[in-house]
Design a protein around this ligand. Structure first.
Ligand code: ADP
Ligand code: AMP
Length: 295
C-alpha cells in the first residue's frame, strides 16, 4: 500500500517539473501532506496476504468471533495484583476489574451497595456473594470488556467462581488464565502497612518498595502525608482503612479458608499458572509475562 502511495507521489513530482517555481513549492508541500496521510492510513491497516483490512474491521471481528481473554489475577492481599494488573491492562488493552476498587467507590459515593459493604470491608471481612456477583455481572457487559478483562479480587469464594463460570458459559466463554501470585503471609504485613494508593486510578505505591517521587520523610523517618502524591496526576495518595495488622489477620484467614480452594476448581482446566511474587517487582513481572504466554 505505501509503495503505491509513494509511486503516486513520485509521479506527481515528476509532472510538476513543468510548473512555475511557486506552484512547485506548493505542490511539494501538498505532496508531503499527501504522503503523510497515506502513511497514516497505511498504519491503520492490517495486511492479510495481499488484501488489507482496517483496524476497526479487525476489532469488530475479534469482539464478535474470537473468544474473550478472561484472566484472574489471584493472590492474597498485598501479593501485587494492583501493582501488575495495570501493566497487563496496558499491554493487552483489556480492563482490570477490581471488585475492591468498585466497592470502595461505592462506599465513597454512599450508594446502597456502599452502605451495605462499608463496615464489613473496614473489618477485613467479605462482602456478600450476591453483591459482588451482581457488580461483576453488570460490569463485564460493558463495551470495553468485549475483547476480555482481568479480574482482580474476584472470585473470592467457590460460590463466586461457580457463578462466574455460569455467566461466562451462558455466552460460550470460560476463564482462560488464572495467574496465582505466590507470597508467604510473613511478608504481607509490611507490604500492606506501607501501601498508599491513588484512589481514582487504584495505582499502588509503597513507602519502601515503590515510593512516589514526591515523598519526603520526617525526622523520625515516617512519610509526611502531604508529600504523598500520585506520580501521574499529582493528586494526594491515601491509606486504606483496612490496611491494618488487625484487619489483615482476618483478610488472610478469609483468603486461605475461602479463596485458595478456587485454585483446585480451575486446575483441571489447565489454566492455572503460579508465579513467585516474593521477589523484586521486575522479576515478578517477567514471570507474569511468561505465565500469560500461550503454552
Ligand atoms: P494487592 O493488589 O495484591 O493487594 P498491591 O499490588 O497493592 O497488592 O501491593 C501491595 C503493596 O506491596 C503495595 O504497596 C506495593 O507497592 C507493594 N508491592 C507489590 N509487589 C511488591 C514486591 N514484589 N516487592 C515489594 N513490594 C511490593
Ligand atoms: P481488595 O481491594 O481486593 O483487597 O478488597 C477490599 C475489600 O473489599 C475486601 O477485604 C472485601 O471486604 C471486599 N471485597 C472485594 N472483592 C470482594 C469479593 N470478590 N467478595 C467479597 N468481598 C470482596
Amino acid at each position: 500500500m505505501s509503495s503505491i502511495a509513494i509511486k503516486t507521489c513520485a509521479e506527481r513530482s515528476k509532472n510538476s517539473a513543468h510548473l512555475p517555481l511557486l506552484a512547485v513549492a506548493g505542490l511539494a508541500a501538498a505532496t508531503a501532506t499527501f504522503r503523510r496521510e497515506e502513511e497514516e492510513k497505511t498504519q491503520n491497516f492490517f495486511f492479510k496476504g495481499d488484501k488489507k483490512e482496517s483496524v476497526a474491521d479487525m476489532k469488530a471481528k475479534f469482539s464478535t468471533y474470537w473468544p474473550r481473554n478472561i484472566m484472574i489475577l489471584f493472590g492474597p492481599p498485598g501479593a501485587g495484583k494492583g501493582t501488575h494488573g495495570p501493566k497487563v491492562e496496558n499491554m493487552l488493552g483489556i480492563p482490570q476489574l477490581s471488585t475492591g476498587d468498585m466497592l470502595r467507590a461505592a462506599v465513597a459515593a454512599q450508594t446502597e451497595v456502599g452502605k451495605k459493604a462499608q463496615a464489613v470491608m473496614k473489618a477485613g471481612g467479605l462482602v456478600s456473594n450476591d453483591i459482588v456477583i451482581g457488580i461483576i455481572r453488570d460490569r463485564i457487559k460493558e463495551k470495553d470488556c468485549n475483547l476480555g478483562f482481568i479480574l482482580d479480587g474476584f472470585p473470592r469464594t467457590l460460590e463466586q467462581a461457580k457463578a462466574l463460570d455460569k455467566m461466562l458459559a451462558d455466552e460460550g466463554a470460560a476463564v482462560s488464565k488464572v495467574v496465582e501470585l505466590e507470597v508467604p503471609d510473613s511478608v504481607l504485613e509490611e507490604r500492606i502497612c506501607g501501601r498508599w494508593i491513588h484512589k481514582k486510578s487504584g495505582r499502588s505505591y509503597h513507602v519502601k518498595y515503590a515510593a512516589p517521587k514526591s515523598m519526603k520523610l520526617s525526622s523520625d523517618s515516617k512519610p509526611i502525608p502531604e508529600t504523598m502524591l500520585d506520580d501521574e496526576t499529582g493528586e494526594p495518595l491515601m491509606q486504606r482503612g483496612d490496611d491494618t495488622p488487625t484487619a489483615l489477620v482476618k483478610r488472610l484467614k478469609g483468603y486461605h479458608g475461602e479463596t485458595v480452594p478456587i485454585l483446585n476448581h480451575y486446575k483441571p482446566n489447565g489454566v492455572v499458572a503460579s508465579v513467585n511474587a516474593n521477589q523484586q517487582m521486575d522479576g515478578v513481572w517477567g514471570e507474569i509475562l511468561e505465565a500469560l504466554k500461550r503454552s
